[in-house]
Design a protein around this ligand. Sequence first.
Ligand code: 5GP
Length: 141
Amino acid sequence: MEEGGPSIFSLIINGEIPCHKIYEDEHVFSFLDVNPFSPGHTLVVPKEAAVTLDALSEESAQAVGRVLPRISRAVLDVSGASEFNVLQNNGPNAFQSVPHVHFHIIPKFEDGRGLAWPFKSSPLDHEDGARTASEIRDLLV
Ligand code: 5GP
């Protein structure tokens, strides 16, 4: 929760800071990102002031998940893009700068505007993978 006072997104949700609002319901608020990666870059934010996704209630998560496809379709229609990324960062080392859960909808254009993909991956070690998947499964029962 919000230990150091309300996050900038809580202030936006409460109308204390202006934004270009896109959508609002009981659990969700959505508005344009003030520093967009591409035209139409939109943020979808639960009203619940959880800092990271793992701390979010199922009720808020359901509400966000329910509207993400609909908001994405509208963003695509208006921006003219046909491709997009949904980005969700958790923690400063994972590039989260605002400590309030949010999903980015970032239109990707053929000319390159949008999110670039600087990340490197390497093939899964299947012995490690089997162990890790089993450990995660055990926590979900
Ligand atoms: P993060 O890096 O935490 O995943 O993304 C935070 C996003 O919030 C950034 O893209 C940033 O431009 C956006 N942002 C930060 N402050 C404001 C604000 O006051 N208004 C709006 N509309 N967006 C903001």
